[in-house]
Design a binder for this molecule. Structure first.
Ligand code: NAD
Ligand code: UGA
Length: 466
């Protein structure tokens, strides 16, 4: 038998490790939770008044436990050694080099964690894969853990995370399900007992290790596929006079299809959809299933097409040139209510507009100028991971920042709405219209302003899929 867990260590204080551990600490005052990271700046931010990630409700949850049973620290080895259960919640980005570059997951960080755990542990521990991993990673983790310095023993569980950014706290409070894959029933039960402190037992699903690992990639692939499917239809709507929001509402009432995740957009972003599908594609190829790989790869291709299509439509509509025209960019985050810009559609839309030599004035309520410049510089890097002088100049001479949506649009030829922040609907459109060049074009990549009567206010309004 295994004693109930009283000490947890989570390696990786990121978008997943931080909020999930804060929730466990909040709901389980009897468990001591230590979140560790090699990034000392990030740990310092978790210990400050300004947390490293913006997430509605997160501050309250962190403050309720920090300094009591929730600690953020860089003392990794001590925290691992003391814990009964160690979560691995580090990043698993797409590999950018070597075998599988551009597709396979880079498991370097996960492997380093497993090796660290093997080296410093004593006694028995449960190691939990929280990161999203290719199916069968637990096999490698188990082998690494079998070479231990102090005769420690381990059980490995897979417990993928399904929270979405922007709603992380809601999702953690009331998850549709918590998935736990493992081999030894006692270890599975130890983790079930933790979640059972606030999640109804009927929502705690247990499976074998491989089903759990694969379910995470599959869930993200299905979700992204819905977005690419409705985005594909949005192109047909624009060509035919149908309205994609009406089509989505009409098909969404079919209980077999359901209404969620059918919002046509400028394209999905975020750190995971593309990375996880590419990983799935790589796995299918690895296991000799090229047709299955091609099927899923199309979801990413359609998403790339949607972003390009948006820019092409802007350029064509604006008399085939945006060169030297000021364009107000509303939103840079990959969705509302987060400061995360990873793989945001905005990055690619801004890149393509810059290549057209447009002048961009960017506003996002939560993303820093520093982050936006980093993202734009990164998207222009070439094979050697360096940005050319010409591209750096392009950015320097064509990108400025504003501290409000209105300021970003002043004297502009067009506005491009790339994130669906609620505050955009409250802008003073009469004032904005009066300062813009005419025709005052609005390209709404989120259909956020669709019902606000912008045409009647004088704007030339274009959304997605109508
Ligand atoms: P992140 O980049 O925000 O955080 C990962 C952290 O791990 C970083 O702070 C990094 O410094 C730290 N780290 C890396 N190697 C380390 C090591 N050897 N020792 C200690 N710390 C180390 O990543 P994230 O968004 O939290 O994602 C983590 C995992 O969760 C990924 O596999 C991702 O696919 C998955 N996931 C993410 C989300 C999401 O919404 N972001 C949702 C579900 C699942
Ligand atoms: C997604 C999944 O929803 C989570 O379940 C999963 O845990 C997570 O990935 C992960 O593994 O990282 P996230 O990327 O945070 O969560 O946010 P989503 O709400 O899924 O949105 C992803 C992207 O799709 C955003 O750019 C969003 O704007 C776009 N989207 C979403 C649409 O364009 N239309 C929709 O109908 C829904």
């Amino acid at each position: 038998t295994i004693d109930p867990v009283s000490k947890i260590c989570c390696i990786g204080a990121g978008y997943v490790g931080g909020p999930t551990m804060a929730m466990i600490a909040h709901k389980c005052p009897h468990i001591d939770v230590k979140v560790v990271d090699i990034n000392a700046d990030r740990i310092a931010q978790w210990n400050s008044d300004r947390l490293p990630i913006y997430e509605p409700g997160l501050d309250e949850i962190v403050h309720s436990s920090r300094g009591k049973n929730l600690t953020f620290t860089t003392e990794i080895d001590q925290a691992i050694r003391a814990a009964d259960m160690v979560f691995i919640s580090v990043n698993t980005p797409t590999k950018t080099f070597g075998v599988g570059a551009g597709r396979a997951a880079n498991l370097e960080f996960v492997e380093k964690c497993a090796r660290r755990i093997a080296e410093v542990s004593e006694g028995h521990k449960i190691v939990v894969e929280k990161s999203t991993l290719p199916v069968r990673t637990a096999e490698a983790v188990k082998r690494i853990l079998s070479n231990t310095a102090n005769n420690a023993t381990f059980d490995v569980l897979s417990n993928p995370e399904f929270l979405a950014e922007g709603t992380a706290i809601e999702d953690l409070l009331e998850p549709d399900r918590v998935l736990i894959g493992g081999e030894r029933p006692e270890s599975i039960e130890a983790l079930v007992d933790i979640y059972a402190n606030w999640v109804p037992r009927a929502r705690l699903l247990t499976t074998n290790l491989w089903s759990s690992e694969l379910s995470k990639l599959t869930a993200n692939a299905f979700l992204a596929q819905r977005v690419s499917s409705i985005n594909a239809i949005s192109a047909l709507c624009e060509a035919t006079g149908a309205d994609v929001d009406e089509v989505a509402a009409a098909i969404g009432t079919d209980s077999r299809i359901g209404p969620k995740f059918l919002k046509a957009s400028v394209g999905f972003g975020g750190s995971c959809f593309q990375k996880d599908i590419l990983n799935l594609v790589y796995l299918c190829e690895y296991f000799g299933l090229p047709e299955v790989a091609a099927y899923w790869e199309q979801v990413v291709r359609m998403n790339d097409h949607q972003k390009q299509r948006f820019v092409t439509r802007m350029v064509r509509t604006m008399f085939n040139t945006v060169s030297d025209k000021k364009i107000g960019i509303w939103g840079f985050a990959f969705k509302k209510d987060t400061n995360d810009t990873r793989e945001s559609a905005s990055i690619y839309v801004c890149r393509d507009l810059l290549l057209e030599k447009a002048r961009l004035c960017i506003y996002d309520p939560q993303v820093s100028e520093h982050q936006i410049l980093n993202d734009l510089e990164y998207v222009f890097t070439e094979g050697d991971n360096k940005i050319s002088e010409a591209k750096r100049e392009l950015i320097e001479q064509h990108v400025t920042f504003a501290s409000s949506a209105q300021e970003a649009s002043s004297d502009a030829h067009a506005i491009a709405i790339l994130t669906e922040w609620d505050e955009f609907a409250d802008a003073d459109f009469e004032a904005i219209y009066s300062t813009m060049k005419k025709p005052a074009f609005v390209f709404d990549g989120r259909n956020r302003l669709k019902d606000l009567g912008l045409k009647a206010k004088g704007f030339e309004y274009h959304g997605i899929g109508f």
